[in-house]
Design a protein around this ligand. Structure first.
Ligand SMILES: [Ca+2]
Ligand SMILES: [Ca+2]
Length: 121
């Protein structure tokens, strides 16, 4: 049976620490092929960099979730949609950001938090 070493790391650790692990892996791997999976490119065997796929996807989905009128921007206009849909059984179910079946202060808080993050407030 063929064996492969799979090294999974965020690669956001202290570079000295990461390098120590890499060095000791290389020292001990013999002739086994190494596949490294990381969230930042890493020079170790065959590297799979997750930043180009997963992280980007998550960010996009997260933004879409707050872009209630789907105009590609998350701003005060989306906050207004939450205000218009306050209460149970909202007309626009997307206004229920935390998906607890009611549009209330919690959703407004989440939105204002997001807007602050985006720097549009
Ligand atoms: Ca919008
Ligand atoms: Ca809610």
């Amino acid at each position: 049976m063929n064996k492969t070493i799979l090294y999974y790391t965020s690669n956001h650790e202290d570079p000295v620490f990461e390098q120590k692990i890499i060095d000791s892996l290389l020292e001990n791997c013999g002739n086994l092929p190494i596949v490294s999976v990381s969230q930042k490119p890493i020079k170790l065997g065959q590297n799979v960099d997750l930043t180009t796929t997963e992280e980007t996807l998550i960010t996009t989905n997260d933004l879409d979730k707050y872009d209630l009128n789907s105009d590609g921007k998350t701003n005060a206009a989306d906050n207004v949609i939450i205000l218009q849909n306050l209460g149970k059984n909202p007309k626009n179910t997307r206004a229920d950001i935390n998906e607890d079946a009611v549009v209330d202060q919690k959703d407004l808080d989440l939105m204002s938090q997001k807007l602050k993050e985006l720097g549009s407030q």
